[in-house]
Design a protein around this ligand. Structure first.
Ligand code: NAP
Length: 247
């Protein structure tokens, strides 16, 4: 798959799934803008790109903070960088049972995981419309489809991303812009490291392939959706969960 000449924006590229996606798109020759919330995260992204011979830059972005999004896109515009591939990957969990959930836990998750997708995507649309070319890929989750106790905030945000994906796909399909979602199952990253061994074992028992997934198994699907080979797929949610949940 060759993405030469394309600029790809990957939010949350400092760790886990986003880092693997940035590497994979970079290996397909796209120019990558990878984001992190801290200077040290940006330095790690740039060191990683250099190590793998990837063309790209790291930049600070807090997707939960509208002024941070504004200044980020102003800088891109000043540098004449127009992402034609957008991967909305940044996300957080604040798990709690509904009866104990604090408003702050609900608000942080909806703001970081869903409001951000609306804001970041809107900024990228003008350039894609002008180019009559674009790929938007939203990283949702298996729990958007299956539900999960302790995650009403997270699964609501992730299910919202799927509705967003379908509606936007219908709005902008005529401009040759595709909008799709990828729904990972349980993937080994810092996010799932928070689980106890007992929780991981219990989860593994429910997965047809009998193991947790790897970040590069998500990245491969994202790079396919970003490529010309996926030119007639839009509004879809691709499940990558090892058979944990079959929709
Ligand atoms: P992770 O290892 O915890 O990494 C999260 C990434 O998001 C980091 O790069 C982090 O940046 C960034 N981020 C967090 N808050 C941010 C903010 N306010 N603004 C900008 N960036 C922010 O998570 P992961 O497991 O790779 O998950 C990546 C995506 O996949 C998420 O959307 C997650 O919901 C989804 N997902 C993961 C799994 C799984 O099993 N791991 C399953 C289904 C879906 P910093 O390094 O700067 O903090």
């Amino acid at each position: 798959m060759n993405l030469e000449g394309k600029t790809a924006l990957v939010t949350g590229a400092s760790r886990g799934i986003g880092k693997a996606i940035a590497q994979e798109l970079g290996k397909c020759n796209a120019f990558i803008i990878g984001t992190a919330t801290s200077e040290s995260g940006v330095a790690n992204i740039e060191a990683d790109f250099q190590h793998h011979g990837i063309k790209g830059i790291g930049k600070i972005l807090d997707v939960s903070d509208p002024p941070s999004i504004e200044s980020f896109f102003n800088e891109l515009s000043d540098a004449e960088m127009t992402p034609l591939i957008l991967v909305n990957n940044a996300g957080i969990t604040r798990d709690n049972l509904m009866m104990r959930m604090k408003d702050s836990e609900w608000d942080e998750v909806i703001n970081t995981n869903l409001n951000s997708v609306y804001r970041v995507t809107r900024h990228c649309l003008r350039g894609m419309m002008k180019a009559r070319n674009g790929r938007i890929i939203n990283i949702t989750s298996v729990v958007a489809l299956s539900g999960n106790p302790g995650q009403v905030n997270y699964s609501s945000a992730k299910a919202g991303m799927i509705g967003f994906t379908k509606s936007l796909a219908k709005e902008i399909g005529s401009r040759n812009i595709t909008v799709n979602a990828v729904a990972p199952g349980f993937i080994m990253t810092d996010m799932t490291d928070q689980l106890t061994d007992d929780q991981k074992n219990e989860m593994t028992r429910q997965i047809a392939l009998g193991r947790l997934g790897k970040a590069d198994e998500i990245a491969g699907v994202v790079s396919f959706l970003a490529s010309d080979r996926a030119s007639y797929i839009t509004g879809e949610t691709i499940n990558v969960n090892g058979g944990l949940y079959m929709a």
